[in-house]
Design a protein around this ligand. Structure first.
Ligand SMILES: Nc1ncnc2c1ncn2[C@@H]1O[C@H](COP(=O)(O)OP(=O)(O)OP(=O)(O)O)[C@@H](O)[C@H]1O
Ligand SMILES: [Mg+2]
Length: 265
């Protein structure tokens, strides 16, 4: 009898595994909260948030200033830790990971893009793109960086300094830098916030292409026309998800940028 029950449990567990792999959940938050303690004041930046993001999804996160968008993004990218609740990265509890495992996620699984590009001044586009490879100690730096610049259509600007590039071009260099370790997830915090509409649309064209090639893209935006490119739009308010919907009316970017797929060297 006990053996039969064990067998049944094993079958059910296998079914369970199959179901979860069919849904292919990449990132999962369970009852996650983040509280910042400012002396007497406690700021509830995120409150009991549940969220599942599947591999290959393209998610836009919207919401008013202070609603917890960047806090959520920082936790998803393992740059910050929750106060409460659980974060599972590819099914593994992040709180049980050691510093090395976290560093690997930050440098190899996730590529970050920020509103202000965060490029090093007095350093060429190519060198900026090579930087993450210095930390991860990987070879073929020059070729990989050039290839990442090719993905964003900027090979001809490789030796330009950031101040010799337009805002849109600087953001494309920042995207190349985020891609150079071939991450499976792109996290972008208001990547088009400092750009005009046309440059913003070009950036969205690059994200769309990366998503089509299989990368999971999660970006924060205040602009509906930017969110309109995503497959799914999540709205935050006061640290809670108040709306989470599939976008059935996606905008497809018409980018003039000539780019090619990033083949990992
Ligand atoms: N390091 C911190 N220390 C204290 N409070 C913080 C910290 N970071 C964020 N907060 C607070 O947490 C809340 C959520 O902040 P968060 O930066 O996530 O908002 P946001 O939605 O990204 O806003 P914005 O659109 O302005 O970028 C805010 O009330 C903010 O003041
Ligand atoms: Mg923010």
């Amino acid at each position: 009898m006990a053996a039969a029950l064990d067998q049944l449990a094993a079958v059910l567990a296998a079914e369970d595994d199959k179901m979860s792999s069919e849904q292919d959940t990449l990132l999962e938050l369970k009852g996650l909260s983040k509280i910042f303690n400012l002396g007497e004041i406690k700021v509830h930046a995120l409150s009991e948030t549940d969220l599942e993001i599947a591999s290959g999804d393209f998610v836009a996160i919207m919401g008013p200033s202070g609603s917890g968008k960047s806090t959520l993004m920082n936790i998803l990218g393992c740059l910050d830790v929750p106060t409460d609740g659980e974060y599972l990265f590819n099914g593994i509890k992040v709180k049980n990971m050691d510093e090395d495992e976290l560093a690997t996620i930050r440098s190899e699984r996730v590529g970050f893009v920020f509103q202000q590009f965060n490029l090093l001044a007095r350093t060429t586009a190519l060198e900026n793109v090579m930087l993450p490879l210095l930390y991860s100690g990987k070879g073929k730096r020059h070729e990989k960086a050039l290839q990442a610049l090719e993905v964003v259509g900027l090979t001809d600007r490789a030796s330009h300094m950031p101040n010799q590039l337009s805002g849109g071009q600087q953001q494309r260099v920042a995207i190349a830098r985020a891609l150079v370790n071939d991450p499976d997830i792109i996290l972008a915090d208001e990547p088009t916030g400092a750009l005009d509409t046309e440059s913003g649309n070009e950036i969205m064209g690059i994200f769309e292409k990366l998503n089509q090639e299989g990368k999971t893209v999660i970006l924060i935006t205040h602009e509906s026309y930017i969110a309109a490119h995503a497959k799914r739009v999540i709205h935050l308010k006061d640290g809670r998800i108040v709306k989470d919907e599939i976008n059935n009316n996606r905008t497809v970017a018409t980018s003039k940028i000539e780019s090619k797929k990033y083949e990992h060297l």
